[in-house]
Design a protein around this ligand. Structure first.
Ligand SMILES: Nc1ncnc2c1ncn2[C@@H]1O[C@H](COP(=O)(O)OP(=O)(O)OP(=O)(O)O)[C@@H](O)[C@H]1O
Length: 322
């Protein structure tokens, strides 16, 4: 559905060159749900804008829905849906009219456009609001209308640029429920950008991590976490047992990753383990047998932020406007 090779975008700002996207290779198969995850300024939107023909690449190639973005931008646009960061349509039109106009814009006749608009408004839980003017919708309803607009011409491929930024958790969950239902019903391929790691983690089947204009990881969230981060285990023991436990945990920890912190007669050890849930009981047993029992234990599965930290030495949270 998407194939890019060495896709590159440079901007010139006051004689300086900003390398926004540095030669990325991306392949997305039909039906996939892929998230571009990265901090502010990583190059996610620029990549999306090249794929949706809104920006012309500086170099490299991109084929989207079977067509070249430079040779046939109009053809690409006809086959895709795009929901940008600040979409929303006119303010004083009724929702249903806005939808029908969008369909007409894509060459549908009024009867088909009306039928499609009604169908989409129903699936996106907006049926009762069709006659309301756009400006009277709440933020969450309006974002759902954006999604409906992007789907009017039944694109096989839908791009969403930060679909839920600025929404409260309930509206985000609601939007996602609708997107997932659309996808199940129509088999739409979905590519989105986000800097919410939990969103990339729970919603996408595949996460492409972008930093400084380059792809630094590309896999399922589960694989990325298992391969690059591991579980975080924290164990507290009496200070008198620390030497014993340091030896035991040191052997289990990945190289150089055993941290310790002493306070009030207790030592708290922290380490990363690739399979913590399995290893923790065995470690506890060994500590107990060595006469150095744990006073407390905490086991946390990794997040995509841990993955990003491992890859870049920075937290994804640092740059995110969350
Ligand atoms: N039109 C432009 N002119 C100059 N520089 C630009 C332009 N658009 C983007 N950039 C720069 O290109 C880089 C990538 O920006 P981009 O918007 O693609 O990042 P992003 O990952 O989508 O960030 P965000 O999460 O904030 O939307 C940034 O350094 C940005 O300042």
């Amino acid at each position: 559905m998407i194939h890019t090779r060495k896709l590159t975008k440079n901007f010139t700002v006051k004689k300086d060159t900003v390398e926004a996207v540095k030669g990325v290779d991306i392949d997305v198969a039909p039906g996939e749900l892929v998230a571009f995850l990265g901090p502010n300024g990583a190059g996610k939107s620029t990549t999306l804008r090249m794929l949706t023909t809104l920006l012309r690449p500086t170099s490299g190639s991109a084929t989207v829905a079977g067509l070249d973005v430079v040779a046939d931008p109009a053809g690409v646009r006809a086959r895709i849906g795009y929901i940008g960061q600040g979409n929303g349509g006119g303010h004083s039109y009724r929702v249903i009219d806005e939808m029908i106009m969008q369909g007409r814009f894509y060459g549908m006749n009024t009867t088909d456009a009306t039928a499609r608009a009604k169908e989409l408004l129903t699936s996106l839980d907006l049926a009762d609001l069709g006659k309301r003017t756009v400006m009277k919708l709440s933020g969450g309803q309006r974002r759902r209308m954006d999604v409906a607009l992007g789907l009017m011409h039944s694109p096989r491929l839908l791009f969403l640029d930060e679909p839920s930024t600025g929404m409260d958790p309930q509206n985000r969950a609601n939007l996602w429920e609708h997107i997932m239902r659309m996808r199940a019903e129509h088999g739409t391929t979905i590519v989105l950008t986000t800097h919410y790691m939990d969103e990339a983690d729970s919603m996408s089947e595949r996460v492409i991590v972008i930093d400084h204009g380059a792809i630094i990881a590309d896999n399922t969230a589960a694989r990325l976490k298992a391969d690059l981060a591991g579980d975080l285990l924290a164990v507290e023991v009496a200070a008198a047992s620390a030497a014993e436990v340091r030896g035991l945990l040191g052997r289990a920890a990945a190289e150089g990753e055993l941290e310790e912190h002493a306070y009030d007669g207790v030592v708290r050890f922290r380490l990363r383990l690739s399979n913590g849930a399995r290893l923790a009981p065995e470690l506890l047993r060994r500590m107990h047998d060595a006469g150095a029992p744990a006073q407390s234990l905490e086991l946390k599965p990794p997040t995509l932020d841990d993955v990003f930290l491992e890859l870049t030495g920075r937290s994804l949270r640092e740059g995110a406007e969350v």
